[in-house]
Design a protein around this ligand. Structure first.
Ligand code: MSP
Length: 670
């Protein structure tokens, strides 16, 4: 019987346009899905978009669109990009589709009927960015996960009896150690669950952008219960046709980024246990793609779009780079320089060069037909290549099945390098010149050996670089690589006399301007807004009214689409009332004052550029507004931990923001 294999990506939030962080997960899943198809497994690969919840509702509002219009637009952008990149997903689930809504409500009913849902009140903090209830902190506190301000939620909610599943979950992680990979993530989850689980609020009643709770439509279902259910609703769970669900569930792999481990490894299995449904076989969390040293994300404004790389170097180059350069499971930095360097060294000079020199020599010396290796003209060097290839087939498979893509590719490129060396040492061009029979036999053996090794590498790396390998395969006269059964791959299958196709380079060398071109394309894209374009980080941008009090940042401010920011972006700026305790001039700096201000919970030092407008002693006791969550920076050797807000008239002196009524110290401005 054919084995089934079901793999999923997270469904992506539609508040941000796709970038190579999203592409990374989708490419990894696509590569795994392709390998399983090539091995003959009945494979199902799911991706899609996560479209409900407060975060999306607010992002849509900020873009001046209805949530549905907004979701339609961005979901289509994700899909168009995946199509353009040739990603072979079998289904694309949207959480605003009827099939999904129906399935989520069915899941809710089942969990409720099983007695795991009750109604109560939630009073506590909520992080809209993570769509996460944060029970552990008080009002005004930042989210422990992302550091953004939390909001106080006070509502009647439905609760899920998560606490009742603590022991079952611990047993699951212990008895099935592969359930969460890699091990570091498993250990984190284990200690989180061992620390105790509280019941989880699973509905919201103060906004409406979500799936209504069955029989109580005042409530919408918590966006994470809604989103996680996509993995089964896409298979028809809760519909009249459950044939796919019966066939593919449980999933073999949920592939996710490390920041959403808790939702997948704690909440999701608990929901499934409560519903009496089988659990996924495994959840694998990879690390983050970093750009300029921090996680690539819309909110940090440091994204790189896949389109740019696809336009300049092609999809295969991006796929290869991400899987070769980043150790899967760990964070990895992206840079255009590293991308172009790898492209040239491993693809243009590596695999591409091996293919073109081997196939060109066969064309030239043997009229384009794979020659017969001689029975007699053998050397240990030929056998060494055959042995190395056999070992690579085995090692590549083992590494790949553990999602150690970089190790698998390293092994394959070890063979590429070995064959290159073999060609140089055996000098086929010199053998051709000799024209005697023995040299001719030797030439045939060397070129057969090289071509066979090339065939093996090409077949192995097809899931990683589908386009280029399909071309090499066709140039080798082997037809459609998609029809090749990878499970049968072994040394010596290259048929003698195979007629080669037309030989053409597959990876033209990238010149120095490639880096610049990609950088320029990204800069241009950042400056044309579509309502969901990247918004630069608060550090890179300073509103004019705040500029007088701190030296402007070194980074140039990127353009903001149509000059507007979303409420989410504003919410990131923590403005608070503070009272000046001490004030003094900074030696040698005419414009600067050193201040100590009381925030209610702490006293901080600030350095502000207001010395020309205010005598230090007039400020003592005055209530001011400060930006409380800025990264500290040094001015004249003094740490400034925040920034005073002032109006800065053009050519005039700064005027501090203040209040007509009295306001308690520490109060947040919203
Ligand atoms: N909608 C939720 C997931 C729900 S799944 C039931 C969500 N969406 S997201 O748009 O924020 O996408 C998160 C996923 O995108 C990450 O888990 C990861 O797979 C991928 N990545 C987004 N940015 C990334 C990087 N900078 N680096 C690596 N992966 C990144 O969370």
């Amino acid at each position: 019987m054919t084995k089934t294999f079901y793999i999923t990506t997270p469904i992506y939030y539609v508040n941000a346009r796709p970038h190579i962080g999203h592409a990374y997960t989708t490419i990894a899943c696509d590569t795994i899905a392709r390998r399983h198809r090539m091995l003959g497994d009945d494979t199902w690969f799911l991706t899609g978009t996560d479209e409900h919840g407060q975060k999306i509702e607010r992002a849509a509002k900020a873009a001046g669109k209805s949530p549905q219009q907004f979701a339609d637009q961005v979901s289509a952008e994700f899909r168009a990009l995946w199509n353009r990149m040739g990603l072979t997903y079998d289904d694309y689930i949207r959480t605003t589709s009827d099939r999904h809504k129906q399935g989520v409500q069915a899941l809710w009913k089942r969990i409720k009927d099983n007695g795991h849902i009750y109604k109560s009140h939630y009073t506590g903090q909520y992080c809209v960015f993570d769509e996460l209830y944060v029970d552990s902190v008080g009002p005004g506190a930042p989210c422990p996960e992302c550091g953004r301000p939390t909001e106080t939620v006070q509502e009647e909610n439905y609760f899920f009896k998560l606490s009742a599943f603590q022991d079952q979950l611990i047993r699951l992680y212990t008895e099935q150690p592969d359930f969460i990979r890699p091990e570091t993530r498993r250990n984190e989850v284990l200690s989180f669950v061992r620390g105790g689980l509280r019941d989880l609020s699973i509905s919201r009643s103060t906004f409406s952008w979500g799936i209504p709770v069955p029989d109580d439509p005042k409530h919408v279902i918590y966006v994470w219960l809604d989103a996680l259910a996509n993995y089964i609703t896409a298979l028809g769970y809760g519909s009249n046709d459950t044939s796919k669900f019966d066939k593919y569930w449980p999933a073999d792999v949920h592939m996710i980024g490390k920041e959403i481990v808790r939702f997948h490894c704690v909440y999701w299995p608990a929901f499934l246990l409560a519903a009496g449904l089988p659990l996924p076989r495994g959840i694998t969390a990879h690390g983050w793609l970093l750009f300029e040293e921090s996680k690539m994300s819309k909110s940090r404004g440091n994204i790189v779009r896949a389109e740019t790389i696809v336009d300049v170097l092609g999809t295969d180059a991006l796929r290869y780079f991400l899987l070769r350069e980043v150790v899967f499971g760990q964070d990895g930095s992206f840079s255009f320089d590293a991308l172009v360097q790898r492209y040239n060294s491993d693809l243009a000079n590596g695999l591409g060069n091996l293919a073109s020199r081997t196939l060109t020599m066969i064309t030239r010396y043997f009229k384009g037909e794979v020659p017969y290796p001689s029975q007699t003209a053998h050397t240990p060097a030929d056998a060494a290549i055959a042995d190395a290839a056999r070992k690579v087939i085995a090692d590549y498979g083992t590494s790949f099945d553990q999602f150690q893509f970089s190790r698998a590719l390293e092994a394959a490129w070890g063979l590429v390098a070995a064959v290159d060396k073999y060609i140089v040492e055996n000098e086929p061009w010199a053998l051709d010149e000799k024209k005697d029979e023995e040299s001719r036999s030797r030439l045939a053996t060397v070129l057969y050996t090289s071509a066979e090794a090339l065939r093996i590498v090409t077949a192995l790396v097809h899931p990683v670089m589908p386009d280029a390998t399909a071309k090499i395969w066709a140039q080798m006269g082997l037809g459609d690589i998609k029809k090749f059964d990878l499970a049968q791959l072994q040394w010596g299958q290259l048929r003698l006399g195979t007629k080669l196709g037309e030989v053409q380079p597959v990876f033209p060398r990238a010149d120095k301007s490639a880096v610049e071109r990609m950088q320029q394309m990204e800069e241009q894209s950042a400056s044309v807004g579509t309502g969901v374009s990247p918004v630069p980080s608060s550090e890179a941008r300073q509103p004019a009214a705040m500029s007088a009090t701190q030296t402007p940042p070194a980074k140039p401010a990127a353009a903001i689409p149509d000059g507007k920011i979303s409420i989410d972006d504003f919410a990131k700026v923590e403005l608070r009332v503070a009272q000046v305790k001490t004030a003094e001039r900074v030696k040698g700096a005419d414009k600067l004052l050193r201040l100590e201000v009381d925030l209610g919970t702490e006293v901080r030092q600030l350095v502000a550029g207001i010395a020309e407008a205010y005598e230090p002693e007039t400020l003592i006791g005055r209530k001011v507004v400060i930006v409380a969550n800025l990264t500290p920076r040094k001015l004249r050797g003094l740490e400034s931990n925040g920034m005073i807000v002032a109006a800065s008239p053009e050519g005039g002196k700064p005027v501090l923001a203040s209040f007509l009524e009295d306001v308690p110290v520490g109060t947040r401005l919203k």
